[in-house]
Design a binder for this molecule. Structure first.
Ligand SMILES: Nc1ncnc2c1ncn2[C@@H]1O[C@H](COP(=O)(O)OP(=O)(O)OP(=O)(O)O)[C@@H](O)[C@H]1O
Length: 266
């Protein structure tokens, strides 16, 4: 077995970092899944996390809103900050963190509630609406921003689970937006969708970056190229290369990145 190559090539951000991860190591039990990750995520940009299956991209994404806390055998070391706030600080309120850093999963997972209540869930939990009218405004504007309002405005009390797969995923995006997060994490959000629904979500991602910082895990290099401004390539738990997306795909520096983006493995 060849030794792991821990080299990381980084093209620094040209704007502000919203998230900064330093020397992040992570273990599931005895097995190390992330090795000394140093990555900055640019504000109001889309950062794609790519790499072969099992390379640690979802694990890293889940570090950013402490979703890994729910896995008892998971242990993390290092420093992750959002706008300078240490998200692993002992006094930090994880519920508040997850309102700042929302998440959209691979499979659309609306709650078994009405469309309205799916979107109103977070604002209710966090006491964000001052009145019934205010709540209605939050729900409407979240559905509008998720590009779903026109399709559901006449059936807000129908179950969210009755929508098509693509609509359900946009409902989940509306649910994430409703609490005004600063960052949205997306873990392969289009993998269960057909090409038309995928195109709609990709378009939406591009619009959302105006107001949010987005990190997206994707298996599709075409998708990473279409939606992201920066790309981070992971391999065997190591962050191999990160920089502007075009550079990663057209002139990668590391042989491992070259092999992946040219389809030699993965
Ligand atoms: N809950 C868990 N318990 C134990 N090991 C885990 C757990 N989740 C992930 N792993 C392991 O950590 C490593 C990284 O997994 P991760 O899911 O982050 O990779 P990935 O790059 O997102 O893969 P994929 O593209 O297949 O989703 C893998 O070896 C995986 O088996």
């Amino acid at each position: 077995m060849t030794a792991l190559d821990f080299t990381t090539h980084t093209v620094p951000l040209d704007g502000k970092a919203k998230i900064s991860a330093k020397n992040v190591n992570l273990w599931y039990g005895e097995k190390q899944a992330l090795y000394n990750i140093n990555l900055e995520i640019a504000e109001h940009q889309v950062t794609a996390l790519i790499g072969p299956s099992g390379c640690g991209k979802s694990t890293f994404l889940r570090c950013l809103n402490r979703m890994n806390d729910t896995i008892s055998i998971c242990r993390i070391q290092g420093d992750i900050r959002i706008d300078g706030d240490d998200i692993y600080a002992p006094e930090l309120d994880v519920v508040h963190l997850r309102a700042r850093v929302g998440m959209v999963f691979q499979k659309p997972n609306p709650f078994p509630k009405s469309i309205f209540d799916n979107v109103a869930y977070g604002p209710r939990l966090h006491g964000l609406a001052e009145s019934k009218d205010h709540m209605e405004h939050i729900v409407k504007s979240s559905l509008e921003r998720a590009g779903l309002w026109k399709e559901v405005s006449d059936r807000l009390s129908a179950p969210g689970t009755g929508l098509s797969g693509g609509q359900q995923q946009r409902l989940c995006i509306a649910r994430a937006i409703a609490v005004s997060p600063e960052v949205i994490l997306m873990d392969e959000p289009c993998s269960a969708l057909d090409p038309i629904a995928t195109a709609k979500i990709e378009e939406l991602i591009d619009e959302l970056r105006e107001n949010f910082t987005i990190a997206i895990v994707t298996h599709s290099m075409q998708q990473a190229a279409r939606v992201s401004q920066r790309t981070a390539f992971f391999h065997l738990g190591v962050l191999v290369e990160n920089g502007p997306t075009e550079g990663i795909f057209t002139s990668p520096v590391d042989k491992r990145t070259q092999d992946y983006v040219t389809g030699r493995f993965g």
